[in-house]
Write a protein that binds this ligand. Structure first.
Ligand code: ADP
Ligand code: MG
Length: 355
């Protein structure tokens, strides 16, 4: 019998560590796309064009008209923890932009073929580079990995191909491309409603139809009409609320008592990032329950701005869960306000039908 060698603790190879970290941030194509949308909006873009093939697994491409990336910085944006938006941990409390950890592009480059084409306003040409494992990589074996000059408009185009090509188990876990596309369209739709002044286009490769198409000039109500429906857009109440004690302000559009959906649509933005909150969802459903027929659900678009010092955005690598101070009190104030506005609309209706 062979005696097993005593087990030793060994450090994982850096590549493996990076791949694991990437897998926690990018679980599905929609997570990569969300990061890319946020980057494009951070870059001051007024137009975002998104192209999707096979639910994003074959191709995710996003073209913006933002500030572009400096050619001299092109070697590093895909290394972990490189960012133009944060210099020290202390900055986390005062960060205003969407991104802050510099992990998105790195994660994507560890688990997909990534190409960046970018042009700044004052550059005479665009620059194109490929990345693999967080570093510049040659387009073909034997070629130089340096960025290559090419023609292009101002802005940045990010192309993500063959997502999870090197994680076969993850890749196999996706059964349906249309399911993944639905998640992508949902997320694009959220930003298309929220980002005033920004045009959005989202297309499935090979589809003749327009997909999502929102012009830059569309109002929030128009955006809801385009992304969702007229049935919702025609029955909206605007609301606005701020509170110094808890350091927040909020605005949004919510459906009135004439609209009753099958499922709650909650478009929630905290400090301009699309997030989820079951606590807020439960509270608004409770608020609407007295106004809607049994089982009827509202449409709620809520943009909440909270003093960044009160928000903990650093809890989860995916940034989908956001915690903030006085969460219960803030939710209650918002729901009280919605309840009052719903009540007002109701009485005026009764009054109108009576007269
Ligand atoms: P973060 O957004 O947290 O800084 P990312 O990995 O998402 O980290 O991006 C790294 C850096 O690459 C950004 O800080 C930004 O300087 C640059 N960048 C990424 N996408 C774009 C874009 N669409 N336009 C301009 N710069 C970009
Ligand atoms: Mg980012």
């Amino acid at each position: 019998d062979q005696i097993e060698a005593p087990r030793r603790i060994r450090a994982l190879h850096e590549d493996v560590v990076n791949k694991i970290a990437a897998g926690e941030i990018i679980v599905a194509p929609v997570h990569a796309l969300k990061e890319l949308i946020e980057n494009a909006v951070d870059a001051g873009s007024t137009s975002l064009e998104i192209l999707v093939k096979d639910g994003g697994l074959k191709l995710l491409q996003i073209t913006d008209n933002g500030c572009g990336i400096n050619k001299d910085d092109m070697a590093i944006p895909c290394e972990r923890f490189t960012t133009s938006k944060l210099k020290a941990f202390e900055d986390l409390t005062s960060i205003g932009t969407y991104g802050f950890r510099g992990e998105a592009l790195a994660s994507i480059s560890h688990t997909a073929h990534l190409t960046v084409t970018t042009k700044m306003a004052d550059s005479s040409c665009a620059w194109k580079a490929q990345y693999a494992g967080g570093k510049l990589a040659p387009a073909k074996p034997g070629q130089s990995a340096d960025p290559k000059a090419c023609a292009g408009r101002q802005g940045t185009q990010i192309t993500v191909e063959d997502l999870f090509y090197n994680v076969p188990t993850r890749r196999r876990a996706f059964r349906s491309a249309s399911e993944e596309y639905a998640k992508i369209a949902d997320q694009v739709g959220r930003y298309a409603v929220h980002c005033k002044g920004v045009a959005f286009q989202c297309k499935k490769h090979g589809d003749a139809g327009a997909g999502i198409a929102v012009p830059a000039t569309a109002t929030v109500k128009d955006r809801i009409r385009i992304v969702h429906s007229s049935a919702i857009a025609n029955e909206l109440i605007a609301f606005e609320l701020s509170n110094a004690q808890y350091g927040f302000k909020t605005e949004g559009l919510v459906s009135n008592a004439n609209y009753s959906g099958k499922r709650t649509a909650l478009l929630l933005f905290i400090n301009h990032r699309s997030v989820e909150s079951n606590a807020i969802k439960r509270a608004v459903e409770q608020t609407y329950s007295t106004f809607l027929p049994k089982g009827g659900k509202p449409f709620v678009y809520l943009s909440l701005e909270i003093d960044p010092a009160r928000v903990d955005v650093n809890v989860h690598p995916t940034k989908r869960e956001v915690n903030f101070l006085n969460e219960e009190e803030i939710i209650e104030l918002i729901c009280d306000d919605i309840r009052t506005r719903l009540g007002k609309v109701d009485t005026s209706r009764t009054f109108m039908t009576q007269s």
